[in-house]
Ligand binder design. Structure first.
Ligand SMILES: [Zn+2]
Length: 92
């Protein structure tokens, strides 16, 4: 309740403050939609590679730009590949 006053004053110029901040953001497009890939092969490490950073975790959608449908298929493929020890579960 005490914050009400200060919030209203600040909201005015917040949008125009720092345009440089958005420069890091890449163009969002789904690689699999672009290539028209319907089935993501879990044996194809070259395909999965870019979505598995060194840490071994699956790259989140908000960073990779993959669409919801393909992210689901991708995670399924990665989990299969992990099970077959093609990809590590975690980095040491
Ligand atoms: Zn897609």
């Amino acid at each position: 309740m005490a914050f009400r006053k200060s919030r209203m004053q600040q909201s005015g110029d917040a949008k125009t403050a720092n345009p440089k901040r958005f420069m890091v953001r890449r163009k969002r497009f789904c690689k699999f939609c672009a290539d028209k890939i319907d089935y993501i092969d879990y044996k194809d490490q070259r395909l999965l590679g870019p979505f598995i950073p060194e840490r071994g975790k699956i790259l989140p959608r908000r960073i990779s730009g993959v669409c919801a449908v393909h992210q689901r298929k991708l995670s399924e493929a990665i989990k299969r590949a992990r099970h077959l020890a093609l990809i590590p579960f975690t980095a040491d």
